[in-house]
Design a protein around this ligand. Structure first.
Ligand SMILES: *Cc1c(COP(=O)(O)O)cnc(C)c1O
Length: 266
C-alpha cells in the first residue's frame, strides 16, 4: 500500500517550531510542548505525572542531545538501531541518559539495541524477542519492552494486529531479560482527528482487555501513543507516553520513508 505522505499531518512542523539553533530556541520549543501536555491533561482531568514526554532525537546530531541534556532532558527516542547506538556512544560522558528505540528492529540488529537501549517500544515478533533476550542475557542486562500494535490496519505500518496480542503476550514470559511494560502504536496518517482518535481508543481498549488475563508479573501500564501532531488527542485517550520529535527539535529534512522504512512514497 502506498501512502501519500503529503497528507500526513504528523511530520508537518507546527507554526513557531523552527529547527532550534541554540539552547534558548530549544527551551522555547520544549515549553510549548510542555504547555500542550499540561492543557491536554487538564482537559482530560488527568495529572501531569501520568504522562511521560519522550523526546525523539532521530536525525539530529549528538550535539543537539547535549543541548537538550543541559536543559534537563535525560531520555531520548531513536527509531533506527544504528543511529541510537552511535549517539549512545557519542554521549557516554553525559550522566543518567536513557535511550529508547522506538522503530522496527531486524533480528541482526538486536545486539545494538541490547547494548545501548533501556527501552524498546516496537516489539512485534517472537523472533526479535528471542534475539534480544539472548543478547541481553549475554550482556547481563534487561530491557523494558512495549509491543507495537497496528491499530490503523495499514499495510505500511509495523506492529501486530490487535487480535494477535492475546496469543502473543503469554509467550513473552519465557524471555526473562524482557520486562513487558505495555503497548505502543502509531495512529493513521490522517488530518481527520476522529480517525486518529479511533486508533488510540483501539489501543486503550485492547490494553484494558489484555490486562485482565495478563501473565503474572507482566504489567501493561504503558500506552505509548501520540507524537508532535497528535499528542493532544492521545493524552485525551489515555496515553502514558508521548513520543515527540519535531515539535521539540524542529522539522526533519529527511522524507518520512527515510525514518519509517515501511512507508513508501511516490
Ligand atoms: C519519529 C517518530 C516519532 C516522533 O514523530 P514527530 O512527528 O517528530 O513528533 C514518534 N514515534 C515514532 C515511532 C517515530 O519514528
Amino acid at each position: 500500500m502506498v501512502i501519500n505522505m503529503a497528507s500526513h499531518t504528523t511530520p508537518t512542523p507546527r507554526e513557531g517550531h523552527s529547527a532550534p539553533a541554540n539552547s534558548a530556541e530549544l527551551a522555547q520549543n520544549l515549553a510549548l510542548v510542555e504547555q500542550r501536555i499540561l492543557t491536554a491533561c487538564a482537559q482530560a482531568g488527568r495529572s501531569r505525572d501520568e504522562v511521560r514526554l519522550l523526546p525523539v532525537s532521530k536525525t539530529k546530531p549528538a550535539n543537539t542531545v547535549r543541548l537538550a541534556h543541559e536543559l534537563g532532558l535525560t531520555e531520548f527516542g531513536e527509531n533506527r538501531p544504528q543511529e541510537a547506538h552511535q549517539k549512545w556512544q557519542e554521549t557516554q560522558d553525559l550522566p543518567g541518559l536513557r535511550w529508547s528505540v522506538i522503530g522496527h528492529l531486524q533480528r541482526n540488529k538486536a545486539g545494538l539495541v541490547a547494548e545501548c537501549a533501556s527501552e524498546f517500544q516496537a516489539l512485534d515478533s517472537l523472533r526479535v524477542a528471542e534475539a534480544l533476550d539472548r543478547r541481553l542475557q549475554t550482556l547481563g542486562r534487561s530491557l523494558d519492552v512495549l509491543v507495537q500494535v497496528n491499530t490503523s490496519g495499514e499495510d505500511s505500518k509495523f506492529g501486530l494486529p490487535p487480535q494477535d496480542l492475546a496469543q502473543f503476550l503469554p509467550q513473552l514470559s519465557q524471555f526473562t531479560a524482557l520486562r513487558v511494560r505495555g503497548l505502543m502504536t502509531l495512529a493513521i496518517f490522517s488530518h481527520d482527528h476522529e480517525r486518529v482518535r479511533t486508533c488510540f481508543q483501539t489501543l486503550h481498549t485492547l490494553r484494558d482487555q489484555l490486562r485482565q488475563n495478563a501473565p503474572q508479573g507482566m504489567s501493561l501500564d504503558e500506552l505509548s501513543m501520540g507524537m508532535s501532531g497528535d499528542l493532544d488527542v492521545a493524552i485525551a485517550e489515555g496515553s502514558t507516553t508521548v513520543r515527540v520529535g519535531q515539535a521539540i527539535f524542529g522539522a526533519r529534512q529527511q522524507t518520512a520513508g527515510h525514518y519509517w522504512p515501511g512507508v513508501k512514497e511516490d
